[in-house]
Design a protein around this ligand. Structure first.
Ligand code: ATP
Ligand code: MG
Length: 418
């Protein structure tokens, strides 16, 4: 019997897996440099945390969660996203009593029972950042700039930023009512009609063409913002422009939860087909209270690692091979292997990336392995070299070969590779 990875999941295998690591590091690096601390929460939580923290009427909660009953009889759910868990951890540890804002970043696996397709998986990976406990347009702008800097550091040039404001407790109810009036007049299926009553903003996010076609005349949230929300949004936009970040206003961009407020944004890449969002986020001033905490206005984002790798591929950025070794040692015979082994260890301790031929293959197979490794240099040691106290250093790009005394190999290669 053989096994395959479950539907909607896949394995990251070398060398492509190196890009997943590189993307994770690159997306987190700007946040780390901006004072965001690392947080790691469990991969599963109390089901009720997500029901309340993500929202009962969302697709995630109604049909995408991996929920199970533990042996102890508790309902648990594999995390479908990171924000609710981070908020839960901040509340549990009482961090809101200390200096604000609390700035945190994280990275890991997320699980959603979705229709599996290119760029949409049931197990996927995100890097996230959240700034909790401050209402300051500079914080919204900071997070957006950090994400754009992360994408740019990977060489991506095709990431677009869509920006909107969803208003607040003051102005949202009137907009919500106006939107409901409009939506009730449309020709929609029963599930969508129910959604109009529970969470009308979600309907604006419907991806089905037959629904989209009817939404053209829908009232726009931007026409209903109160003075404070308008001013806040203007400030965010001004700060983004000052930091050299271009954005497109998209008055239809929504996050469908009631506690999402004000700033909302999405990062799109046009090389990805239907699954074009490489990241998204926004302000969620009501979430803390929703899960039993004090008022804690917050903003954050989550960036998709898998789709970012796909975006890099679409831009031809995966050509260069990441990771790999710089030096590959080829011992010719048993005595040579005994001598090469400590030399390889020494080179690695000196900071070089080094591999060697294993398994007693002939010289041909060993040289093939050296070529395949992507190393710049091969170290070849035969009986004659042992007698001479030297090793052959072969530049695999030019095929030039020089004998280097054993005692000098480390310094020689460090000089060549630095
Ligand atoms: P979409 O509109 O594509 O369903 P979303 O709004 O559900 O995205 P978020 O919950 O905001 O996505 O997650 C942030 C990012 O995580 C997305 O922009 C995307 O890059 C990535 N992501 C979300 N769901 C998946 C998935 N099922 N497979 C791969 N990546 C995903
Ligand atoms: Mg989704």
């Amino acid at each position: 019997m053989t096994f395959q990875a479950p539907k909607g999941t896949f394995d990251w295998m070398p060398p492509r897996s190196e890009w997943a690591l590189a993307v994770r590091d690159a997306l987190a690096a700007p946040a780390r440099r901006a004072g965001y601390g690392y947080v790691e929460t469990p991969a599963f939580e109390d089901t009720a945390l997500f029901a309340r923290g993500v929202g009962e009427s969302t697709d995630i909660v109604t049909k995408e969660m991996y929920t199970f009953t533990s042996r102890g009889g508790q309902s648990l759910t594999l995390r479908p996203e990171g924000t609710a868990s981070v908020m839960r951890a901040v509340l549990e540890h009482g961090l809101y009593g200390g200096p604000l804002p609390i700035k945190l970043w994280y990275s890991g696996s997320y699980f959603r029972y979705e229709r599996a397709q290119a760029g949409r998986y049931r197990h996927f990976s995100q890097v996230g950042a959240e700034a909790l406990g401050a209402e300051d347009p500079a914080l919204d702008a900071e997070l957006i700039v950090l994400a754009m800097d992360g994408y740019a550091s990977l060489g991506l040039s095709g990431v677009r930023l869509l920006l909107n404001s969803l208003g607040c407790k003051e102005c949202r109810p009137a907009y919500r009512a106006a939107l409901q009036d409009f939506l009730r007049g449309l020709d929609l299926d029963e599930a969508t009609r129910n959604r109009i009553e529970i969470n009308p903003l979600r309907v604006l996010d419907d991806k089905r063409p037959e629904v989209r076609a009817q939404l053209d005349g829908a009232p726009l949230v931007t026409d209903h913002l109160c003075g404070a929300c308008k001013a806040y949004h203007e400030e965010v936009r001004g700060l983004l422009t000052a930091a050299g970040v271009a954005y497109e206003d998209d008055p239809r961009l929504v996050r469908g939860l009631d506690y999402y407020t004000r700033t909302t944004f999405e990062f799109l890449h046009d090389g990805l087909g239907a699954q074009s969002a490489v990241g998204g986020g926004g302000r969620y001033d009501g979430l803390s209270e929703q899960i039993g905490g004090p008022a804690l206005p917050s903003v954050g984002w989550a960036l998709g690692v898998d789709r970012t790798v796909l975006a890099m591929e679409a831009e031809g950025l995966l050509a260069e091979r990441p990771g790999g070794v710089e030096v590959f040692a080829v011992p010719l015979g048993e005595e040579a292997r005994r001598r090469v082994f400590p030399l390889v260890s020494e080179l690695r301790r000196a900071g070089l990336a080094v591999d060697m031929a294993f398994g007693g293959r002939g010289v041909k197979g060993a040289m093939k392995a050296a070529d395949r490794s992507g190393a710049r240099y091969a170290l070849i040691l035969g009986d004659r070299d042992i007698e001479a106290g030297a090793v052959q250093v072969k530049d695999l790009t030019t095929a030039d070969q020089t004998a280097v005394p054993l005692a000098e190999v480390v310094a020689f290669l460090k000089g060549k590779l630095s």
